[in-house]
Design a protein around this ligand. Structure first.
Ligand SMILES: CC(C)(COP(=O)(O)OP(=O)(O)OC[C@H]1O[C@@H](n2cnc3c(N)ncnc32)[C@H](O)[C@@H]1OP(=O)(O)O)[C@@H](O)C(=O)NCCC(=O)NCCS
Length: 127
């Protein structure tokens, strides 16, 4: 799994307990997975289809740096499935784990469209 982006936890990212708000982290992950899918499928027309059970393993606090990792599990006909881990960059402690995130490629008609990719096509996205 490659860890693509890093986020600095700022005051506006916190919940009432002064830890990282879960919704903020999910938004970061959704954006990261969208970018990853666009790169892998070589198209900007991808949408989030499915996110599996989400396990908030530990929290982050103001000033922490969170890194988000993604890897491809499989390619379907119109979809790509990924797994995700977000962790504290310094301690490597896992913050969240998502076993399956599915994005679907849409055609110009807004319907799922075949992407023609397989595991052999996985892009070595720049680190
Ligand atoms: C994406 C969308 C067009 C797909 O429509 P659909 O009728 O489910 O299409 P299909 O049944 O043909 O499925 C498309 C792909 O998604 C996969 N899929 C569908 N439901 C799934 C689920 N619950 N879990 C995992 N994958 C799923 C299918 O297996 C298929 O993949 P494949 O072609 O690689 O086998 C439609 O669901 C949609 O517009 N959803 C809203 C997307 C959106 O707005 N996302 C932004 C966040 S709200």
């Amino acid at each position: 799994m490659k860890f693509f982006s890093r986020k600095w936890v700022k005051p506006e990212d916190l919940n009432a307990y002064n830890t990282l708000f879960g919704g903020r982290l999910l938004a970061w992950i959704d954006e990261e997975a969208a970018i990853y899918s666009k790169c892998q499928l070589e198209s900007k027309s991808v949408v989030t289809k499915y996110i599996s059970e989400i396990n908030f393993v530990s929290s982050a606090i103001h000033g922490d740096v969170v890194e988000i990792g993604l890897e491809t599990i499989s390619f379907g006909t119109t979809s790509i499935s990924m797994r995700c881990v977000a962790r504290n960059k310094m301690t490597k402690e896992e913050i969240i784990r998502i076993d399956k995130i599915v994005f679907v490629l849409l055609g110009e008609d807004g319907k799922p469209a075949p992407h023609g990719k397989t595991m052999a096509d996985i892009k070595g996205i720049k680190e």
